[in-house]
Design a protein. Structure first.
Length: 240
């Protein structure tokens, strides 16, 4: 039997759950050592710079895996968004990226699913495609991330994707301004992220003239009275 990802090399691992051990019952995912190393590479810190892109390209991460996702090569599962068409993916990669996906794909319900699909209804199709692209590439274009940072950050927390959690935190701190500070404060509350919370509060105080006079701030204060308490306390701390 050959590898289920590259379809060229003999199988040396049968691994369904992302562990570096052979399955003895033949029920796991057939994958060769080369492909296993690619999907299990330990990521470097997220960066949009040239060095990060060159390193990931050199180790093959942006090569075969990105192409396999883009072209749907040898996919073995469909991922359904809340609306739109399902997107082809690979069970083994999803399982190695997220403990939650690993559990989902190992469940009896998934094993017997006639159409081999999982549903992620919180995403629309564009958001889901961006999320999956990150799982395959380990990076995103700046513009694409800024467009979908809200859904990506919530997904990183919900599905426990450590590299995406770190990536989102780093890049959100860099992009904070008057237009997104309130939204980031909301995210920090949902994800219990103290770093984002402190960064958002600092940004709100820095851009208070613009933020406090916007109509959206009135809506925010009505919908999030508990977060208004944090803003008030931060404001008093600065004033005293």
């Amino acid at each position: 039997m050959v590898c289920s990802i590259c379809k060229t090399k003999p199988v040396s691992l049968y691994n369904r759950n992302g562990f570096d051990e052979e399955a003895t019952d033949g029920s796991g995912v057939p994958i060769c050592k080369t492909c296993y190393r690619k999907v299990c590479d330990i990521f470097h810190p997220a960066d949009w710079g040239k060095t990060w892109l060159e390193e990931t390209r050199d180790n093959g991460f942006l090569g075969g895996l990105a192409i396999a996702f883009k072209e749907g090569i040898h996919s073995d599962i469909q991922v359904k968004p809340g609306n739109g068409l399902p997107i082809p993916a690979h069970k083994f990669l999803l399982a190695t990226r997220s403990e939650i996906f690993k559990t989902m794909l190992s469940s009896d319900a998934c094993k017997v699913a006639p159409n081999d699909f999982i549903s992620l209804p919180e995403f629309n199709q564009e958001e889901l495609e961006t999320f999956l692209e990150f799982l395959y590439r380990g990076n995103l274009d700046k513009e694409k991330f800024e467009k979908h940072f809200y859904s990506l950050t919530l997904a990183a927390d919900k599905y426990v994707v450590p590299h995406l959690q770190k990536f989102c935190e780093q890049q959100i701190v860099k992009m904070l301004d008057s237009s997104n500070a309130l939204k980031v404060l909301e995210i920090s509350e949902v994800c219990s992220n103290e770093t984002l919370k402190l960064a958002a509060l600092k940004a709100i105080l820095r851009y208070k003239q613009e933020i406090f006079t916007e109509h959206s701030f009135e809506e925010f204060s009505i919908q999030n009275p508990h977060l208004m308490v944090h803003i008030a306390r931060a404001f008093l701390t600065v004033r005293t």
